[in-house]
Ligand binder design. Structure first.
Ligand code: SAM
Length: 282
């Protein structure tokens, strides 16, 4: 039995219909109403899992109005679940306006976590930089897109974008125009689906790869762009930095720092910090 007057924000699969949690299924089956971005899309998922809960539509263009209807349901002790077509509601998807209103009125909002395309892509990309910035969709027009990208140029963290198939070539071309040809790009396409592809290369190679095979331009995309090189404003001499870098190529970090300290007579702590930042950048 679910407690009364709660809004559950439920993540749904981004492709493979089995990527839904047992808890999500319990909640979707137990609430009075499910607010869904597209009723037909959610019906397909619910049918797969034999759930017959009543559905109502909540999308980008009616969210504020439907939020008031959902408040009425919560006021009459009903429970409501929010889902979108795929992944986590509120992440490049409707949900934030509703959640804000419901919290404002003092009702409980419970997140039910699950699939998210950005996190799914990061988990399989092998990017060692621990910091990332989720940007979501860029503007559809090239001029505006480049302007927003310019503002991200000096970010050291991995930049995560969502992109649609009909804009993928133009978008990667704009990434090159702003960031140059050498930054690494991971293209995560059709995650959890039949044609799932995860490809990493320099921006220039990635564009060629997309152009050479039109099949790779189809489907849904997450783009992971490596961040700007960290500038080391350290007092360590260029010669010592070079020595450390060479040693780090063949030795574990601690050993490289120890040897570099002996060879260069630089401060050990500073060399250690530099070694850590070099490792993060890789
Ligand atoms: N709320 C979703 C989430 O949690 O990831 C995102 C919804 S947004 C409207 C849809 C975009 O997410 C797609 O255009 C694509 O960029 C990305 N996406 C969704 N599913 C994907 C998948 N299976 N593979 C790659 N990207 C996906």
């Amino acid at each position: 039995m679910l407690t009364k007057s709660i809004l559950y924000v439920v993540a749904t699969p981004i492709g493979n219909l089995n990527d839904i949690s047992l808890r999500a299924l319990d909640i979707l089956g137990g609430v009075d109403v499910i607010a869904a971005e597209h009723v037909q899309t959610s019906k397909h998922l619910l049918k797969t899992h034999a759930i017959n809960t009543k559905l109502m539509t909540l999308h980008q263009h009616n969210e504020a109005v439907v939020a008031e209807k959902i408040l009425t349901l919560l006021a009459s002790e009903r429970n409501v679940a929010l889902v979108t077509d795929a992944g986590t509601p509120g992440i490049s998807d409707p949900g934030a306006i509703l959640v804000d209103r419901v919290r404002e009125q003092g009702y409980q909002v419970i997140p039910v976590p699950g699939a998210n395309a950005a996190v799914c892509a990061m988990s399989a990309a092998g990017i060692t930089n621990p910091h990332f910035l989720f940007y979501g969709f860029l503007p559809t027009k090239s001029g505006l897109r480049k302007r927003e990208l310019e503002a991200l140029k000096s970010q050291n963290c991995t930049l995560i974008f969502y992109e649609a198939p009909h804009r993928i070539l133009d978008c990667v071309a704009d990434l090159i125009a702003v960031f140059g040809e050498q930054r690494q790009l991971t293209i995560a396409r059709e995650l959890t689906k039949l044609f799932e592809t995860i490809y990493t290369a320099s921006l220039a190679e990635a564009l060629r790869w997309l152009q050479d095979d039109s099949n790779q331009q189809k489907g849904e995309f997450v783009l992971l762009l490596s961040g700007a090189e960290i500038q080391h404003k350290s007092e360590i001499s260029d010669q010592a930095q070079h020595t450390l870098k060479c040693l780090m190529a063949d030795l574990p970090l601690k050993q490289a720092v120890k040897l570099a300290t002996e060879i260069t007579r630089e401060n050990k702590n500073q060399l250690y910090k530099l070694a850590l930042s070099m490792k993060t950048e890789k």
